[in-house]
Design a protein around this ligand. Structure first.
Ligand code: NAD
Ligand code: GLY
Length: 369
């Protein structure tokens, strides 16, 4: 477990450039202990550390020690898991904030993976019409993806992340030392989003991740810092150009149209989000090839890296009708017709509709698990 010894390591600092809502992302072992960055945000204010039953016992004490300048610090501990990412859990956050008399000047600190970050962020977006929040992501997936960019929300039984808001954090502290306690299955799920960033935006990064894969799987600190920093850089750049997903930002959903269908169809929590994205990227890669956008060699490299990372490459064997029904509630769907993020080359993405026959052929070839 990380301790004070890591606090003096050099860290990487990035910026999400959104005018007066710009914020820093600090990446490195010991980032959790950046009292200097937390203090100006929490000084004199009521602060809630929103975490869950797994992460709070591991890291909430150390985080609380960094919040000495706050007027009061309250712990809100959520049940753990995607299956709890719903309205009732969210309401539990509001119950705690209201019971502790939190006002509009209060601050939430999300300490956990993407589930905690999405729910705490959504609570911050709507509590008293919006309060500040800080992201302290503790999974690889949250560090490379969900803590950056301001998408917050919860699931609905009929669709993943269907209820939510854009609400940017004031600060992101990505402490890679926290990943030492992360179960290997969760680490691998996070690698799906790392691979995604290379595939959609930077072929050289894709190659670097392939080279670094053994070190990443072994939780090597330097390799993790490189991946988290580069992924955050790619995501921050996309978000700075298209915060509200009017266009470009949709490319961050490579593998997600299929992936969300898998998550919803299996029941939330059965497949990890990153696992569903892994299989979803293989499906989107297959579709890109069938539409003549991507060449076979690049397609093979994507499938090989997803597989080498230990992610699933075969989706559940459901009918095409079931997939189409599940995908029709995707947020990129227009009047129920899904759109797909596809690849024109390794490192270059586009958004397209797919002809029915190509989609069916992709499902027949990839939904074989
Ligand atoms: P998660 O939040 O469920 O965390 C995975 C598991 O790891 C949980 O059991 C958690 O308690 C545990 N955990 C977290 N940190 C730990 C640590 N340091 N040590 C030990 N255990 C730890 O899952 P996730 O993969 O982080 O996030 C998935 C969620 O993120 C999904 O709901 C997905 O929709 C969302 N997401 C959001 C965005 C966005 O832009 N907002 C982007 C991608 C994914
Ligand atoms: N994970 C997709 C996005 O942040 O836009």
């Amino acid at each position: 477990m990380p301790g004070g010894a890591t606090a003096n390591r050099p860290m990487r600092a990035l910026q999400v450039s959104l005018g007066d809502r710009s914020y820093p992302i600090v990446v490195g072992a010991g980032a959790l202990e950046r009292r200097d960055l937390l203090e100006p945000i929490v000084a004199g204010r009521s602060v809630a550390i929103v975490s869950n039953t797994t992460v709070a016992p591991l890291y909430a004490g150390r985080l609380r020690a960094m919040l000495g300048g706050a007027a009061q610090v309250v712990d809100v501990v959520l049940p753990d898991g995607e299956a709890h990412k719903h309205w009732q859990t969210l309401n539990g956050i509001f119950d705690a904030l209201l019971a502790a008399r939190f006002d509009r000047n209060s601050v939430l600190v999300a300490l956990g993976g993407g589930v905690v970050g999405d729910m705490a962020g959504f609570a911050a977006a709507v509590y008293q019409r919006g309060i500040d929040f800080v992201q302290v992501p503790t999974t690889l997936l949250a560090q490379v993806d969900s803590s950056v960019g301001g998408k917050t929300g919860i699931n609905h039984p009929l669709g993943k992340n269907m209820i939510g808001a854009f609400h940017q954090p004031r600060l992101v502290l990505a402490d890679v030392a926290c990943l030492q306690s992360l179960p290997q299955r969760e680490l691998i799920a996070g690698l799906a989003e790392v691979i995604k960033h290379g595939a959609i935006a930077d072929w050289a990064y894709f190659d670097a991740v392939a080279d670094d894969l053994p070190a990443l799987l072994a939780k090597d600190t330097a390799a993790l810092e490189r991946a988290v920093a580069r992924s955050c850089e790619i995501k921050a750049d996309v978000v700075a150009h298209d915060e509200r997903e009017a266009g470009l930002r949709a490319i961050l959903n490579f593998g997600h149209t299929f992936g969300h269908a898998i998550e919803a169809g299996m029941g939330y929590g059965e497949w990890l989000h990153g696992e569903a994205v892994g299989a979803g990227m293989v499906m989107a890669t297959d579709l890109s090839q069938r539409l003549g956008l991507l060449d076979a060699a690049d397609g093979a490299r994507i499938r090989a890296l997803v597989s080498a990372a230990g992610l699933p490459v075969a989706a559940p064997r459901w009918s095409a009708e079931r997939y189409v029904e599940l995908m029709s509630v995707d947020k990129k769907a227009e009047r129920g017709t899904p759109k797909f993020v596809l690849l024109e080359a390794l490192g270059r993405a586009c958004v397209r509709r797919a002809p029915d026959d190509a989609l069916r052929a992709t499902l027949a070839a990839t939904a074989t698990g």
